[in-house]
Design a protein around this ligand. Sequence first.
Ligand SMILES: NC(=O)c1ccc[n+]([C@@H]2O[C@H](COP(=O)([O-])OP(=O)(O)OC[C@H]3O[C@@H](n4cnc5c(N)ncnc54)[C@H](OP(=O)(O)O)[C@@H]3O)[C@@H](O)[C@H]2O)c1
Length: 244
Amino acid sequence: MRKNILILGAGSDMARALCAELAGGGYDLFLAGRNVDELSKDAKDLEIRFEIQAEVFYFDALDFDSHAGFYEHLNPQPYGVVVAFGLLGDENRARRDPQEWQRIINTNFTGCVSILSLAANRMEKAGEGFIVGISSVAGDRGRASNYVYGSAKAGMSAFLSGLRNRLFSSGVRVITVKPGFVRTKMTRDLDLPSRLSATPEEAAGNIYKAILRNRDIVYTRWMWRWIMAFIKHIPERIFKRMSI
Ligand SMILES: NC(=O)c1ccc[n+]([C@@H]2O[C@H](COP(=O)([O-])OP(=O)(O)OC[C@H]3O[C@@H](n4cnc5c(N)ncnc54)[C@H](OP(=O)(O)O)[C@@H]3O)[C@@H](O)[C@H]2O)c1
């Protein structure tokens, strides 16, 4: 029997590229997100190109009360779950507008905790499967320019780390993805350095390989692992003067 993978935030550019990888690998897909019309087009396209089944579900990461009903409704229960939803938000606005920091924290962190807590309990009982969480290098160290988003991703990375430890003995794998720069809708207004920036397809290829190879943490592009190792080791008394 073919296995189903649930993609949360399936309209994300990285998620769409990952769907093609997963469909190519023979997985059936549950595409979940807010833009159901767009997702339905993607689902048809994936079904035709890869001869798989793809179903579409409405999912809002911020509607925590709906998550249990949403997850229970999935049939069959997913073998794999990918959290791809996320929100960069407006960091300057978040300094003065509580609604903006709440949106950033609740989308990137609380939404992830809410849905993955449900998924983890079900998968732990099943004793198999994988969870992929797309976090960010921004969570590796707080920076002046994006510390609300960064702290939400730091929380997400710590949550995924704990989940990985908890689920290890049950046979469920948890993979933390830490992209640096990826050319997606999220970054379309930013001037990204080309050497450090991946396409969604390159990032998705790295994520799929990480699933196949049982990796715990994957940086994409790979050099971000070393960039962040360096950045994390800069003493705070110097870091606070660098304004990076
Ligand atoms: N691009 C980068 O450079 C970069 C770097 C590091 C980490 N990341 C992370 O990578 C992940 C994928 O992002 P991306 O770059 O592919 O960006 P993207 O194309 O802008 O995708 C973000 C997705 O999140 C969805 N989303 C936002 N709020 C949601 C909510 N409340 N409920 C359900 N879905 C929601 C959006 O859905 P709608 O279409 O409904 O708005 C959109 O499909 C995100 O977690 C992001 O933080 C990206």
